[in-house]
Write a protein that binds this ligand. Structure first.
Ligand code: ARG
Length: 262
């Protein structure tokens, strides 16, 4: 995670961002601290990246890389404003020492567009394209990670990253908002995950799919109360965190957390 100390909305690269509306960085930091405390209270270890001035989106640390079983497939951002974030993430993995880091050739925004399901089909990667990640990066990720990568086409600009439209609830179950995907990709998802928890547009707009789950607790945005009920009915424990400021940059819980899979 990376604290939103330098969080601003000074450019608009997704439909949620409005540069005319000032964000409250102090409130963003407070809300971020609550998210971090929630994760540590649940027993998770959280590493913190130093925020850098001039990188206002650095709080969305999910976009900086994608790791599976000790291998890290590095990010390469679509927009120049975020390019340097990839450098900070790369340095984190290098300092930690125990990772095999592979620098990407193709544009990809890390866990923003990649999800890993270790218990589905022996371990598969779901990958989004259409707005940020280049589909060529999906093939590259498959070669780097040695896991099947299933390409899914995102079609709604409001849900420009895979993690705004789909989430892993545990090692093999997913939840998603079907209309964020092309009709063919919806069929692919229905074939692979016939028992998926389906979300609706309201859930997606409340960033209810931008969740982090440890397989039991599902951490999601406060606004996503209906999604919280769906998750509870499916047997998980919803834990709500208010991330209203981060929504102004077009992200929520999942965007703020890069999961480490050593
Ligand atoms: N302002 C950021 C961008 O548009 C938000 C990134 C959200 N992150 C995510 N994992 N969906 O790039």
């Amino acid at each position: 995670m990376c604290p939103p100390e330098h969080f601003t909305v000074e450019y608009a690269i997704n439909p949620w961002m409005n540069t005319e509306f000032a964000v409250d960085a102090a409130l963003a930091v407070q809300q971020w601290e609550a998210l971090r405390a929630t994760l540590t209270d649940l027993g998770h270890e959280v590493h913190v990246l130093d925020p850098r001035p001039g990188l206002p989106d650095m709080v969305y640390s999910a976009n900086g890389a994608f790791s599976v079983d000790g291998t890290v497939y590095g990010a390469r951002f679509r927009f120049p404003q975020r390019a340097d974030e990839a450098v900070a993430h790369r340095a984190f993995y290098a300092d930690a020492g125990r990772w095999r880091f592979v620098a990407p050739e193709h544009v990809n925004e890390g866990e923003g567009d990649f999800a890993y399901l270790p218990g589905a089909y022996g371990g598969i990667v779901l990958a989004g394209y259409g707005f940020r990640t280049d589909p060529a990066a999906h093939a590259e990720a498959q070669e780097v990670l040695g896991r099947p990568v299933v390409s899914l086409k995102l079609v709604d600009p409001a849900f420009y990253h895979l993690d705004t439209a789909l989430a892993a609830l545990d090692d093999r179950h997913v939840t998603y908002y079907p209309d964020a995907f092309s009709p063919a990709s919806q069929r692919v998802l229905a074939q692979l995950f016939p028992d998926a928890l389906l979300a609706d547009r309201e859930d997606a707009e409340a960033f209810g799919l931008n969740l982090v789950s440890d397989g039991r607790h599902v951490i999601l945005n406060t606004e996503a109360s209906a999604m919280g009920r769906k998750v509870r009915d499916a047997g998980y424990l919803p834990v709500h965190v208010n991330l209203s400021e981060l929504k102004r940059g077009g992200g929520s819980v999942k965007c703020a957390v890069a999961e480490l899979r050593p």
